[in-house]
Write a protein that binds this ligand. Sequence first.
Ligand code: SF4
Length: 243
Amino acid sequence: MKVARLPDGSPEIFHTLQGEGPSLGAPATFLRLSLCNLHCCWCDTPYTWNWEGTPWPHQDGTKFARTEQIIELTPTQLAPLISRHQCNRLVLTGGEPLLQQKELVELTRLLPDVPFIEVETNGTQIPDDDFLAQSTRFNVSPKLSNSGMAEKLRLHHEALSLFSSHPEAIFKFVVCSRAELEEVQSLQDRFQLSPDRIFLMPEGRDPATLHDRSLWLAEICRDHGYRFSPRLHVLLWGNTRAK
Ligand code: SF4
């Protein structure tokens, strides 16, 4: 499996608190997979996809050497690195984890002591039956136009329809400006989402930006029945890896 590699050469597996979405504040072990099919301009993990020699623009302007940012491990090698944290919740994140869903099924089957498997996904990949059966919750984050991605790449109708009918899927939108409320409402209508399944989260990789955007975003959530999500890990530790 292709896993994000930390500067010390180890795979990005860490024990922390879930910083976003419905499990906010819950202790969790995170596994950060490498590779993504999207290339969002504000992505906070560009080291999972923004390789040297690729044309993708990003706000940071940094390109990464692919071989330095990926560590390849088998599910059998990864399982003990996760279970050693003795945490009942595993968050599969990326990058886009569903690009490696077959391997993730194999991995999670090796973790019987981790009953809660939470998946962070951009909602463009269709989970197969095995992956659906192994996963407890999907935090689906369809990207808005603020990502810089073309609509045909960031919105996958079949995948989003499937997730909209999944009882344990919520929808988390990354918001940069008030004007994006219209886009959220349009997707809410298109996929028949009840407002309590919608989380709005400010875009930002530093506490000051998050604070400024939270002030008006919280009011939008209150007025429209949405749920607000902070980015707890950024508020606590800034834009630090493995936190
Ligand atoms: S989908 Fe997520 S991981 Fe992929 S580029 Fe966008 S923000 Fe980054």
